[in-house]
Design a protein around this ligand. Sequence first.
Ligand code: G3P
Length: 224
Amino acid sequence: MRLFLDTANIEQIRHGVRLGVVSGITTNPSIISREGKVDYQSLVKEICSIVPGPVSTEVLSQDAQGMIAEAREIAKWAENITVKIPASLDGIEATSVLAKENIKVNLTLCFSLNQAILGATAGATFVSPFVGRLDDIGEDGMKVVADIAQYLCYYQLPTQVIAASIRHPQHCLAAARAGAHIATVPYKVLLQMIQHPLTDIGIKRFTEDWEKVMGAKSIDPGKL
Ligand code: G3P
């Protein structure tokens, strides 16, 4: 399972890329607005120049023609742009048109296998079930991810499922077990994924044992 970062914050993106584990970015209008009143195009172009993979950027129109016009414009901003289109009827129409023009679409606000089936059939590159938001209303978000992953695999379709609206590290584990191609995670969750108290205790004990005998906290590379 690949990891994308669900953020438009440049520092967080730079750190994720530096770690070598982030291969794409997803944004939405709420995420962009968290960065303040920014120049949308400049911010997205900067993100695209930092990240070596797809950068999902959402349209704001709600009718098919508006979405198509916006998507064609956004797609010119960088080579690695993926346009986020909502899983509405107009969104499916827009996805069909854009896919034929080789514009990559991430079908967003996807909450059911039926929506994903329509998105994949229309030619979406990615479909993004929102796990946390389904869990919020008492449904099983990860079951939708698992159903979509199984459906795409069974019919050997090229569309990839992105587990989105990830809220905590347990969601990452479940997404991997459900067969998601990608999980898009908030920066906070990315940092939480590496945490384990036994790792911290182990590092401390190794250092102390070494220091007791060798009298130094680290190895001098020059003396190896
Ligand atoms: O990737 C979708 C995500 O940004 C939505 O997350 O936490 O607002 O449901 P959330």
